[in-house]
Design a protein. Structure first.
Length: 69
């Protein structure tokens, strides 16, 4: 799940930077939001994207290992 979260964050950052270059500089606020969210999740150990992915049925590596053992 951690790899998926990093991939989503990286994709959002790249997309928002491209949109800032070609559409509006205001898309940089979205980039800043992602950065703040990553910083917040490192401090609080809570990540909204993780909760969203769990609701879609994505399992963390620990859950996958415990079921296969």
């Amino acid at each position: 799940m951690e790899r998926i979260i990093r991939a989503i964050a990286g994709t959002f950052i790249i997309i928002s930077l491209i949109l800032a270059m070609y559409v509006s500089k205001n898309w940089l606020w979205f980039t800043a939001f992602i950065g703040v969210n990553l910083l917040q999740s490192s401090i609080t150990k809570w990540c909204l994207m993780e909760d969203i992915l769990k609701k879609f049925g994505v399992k963390s590596q620990n859950e996958q290992c415990s079921k296969s053992a």
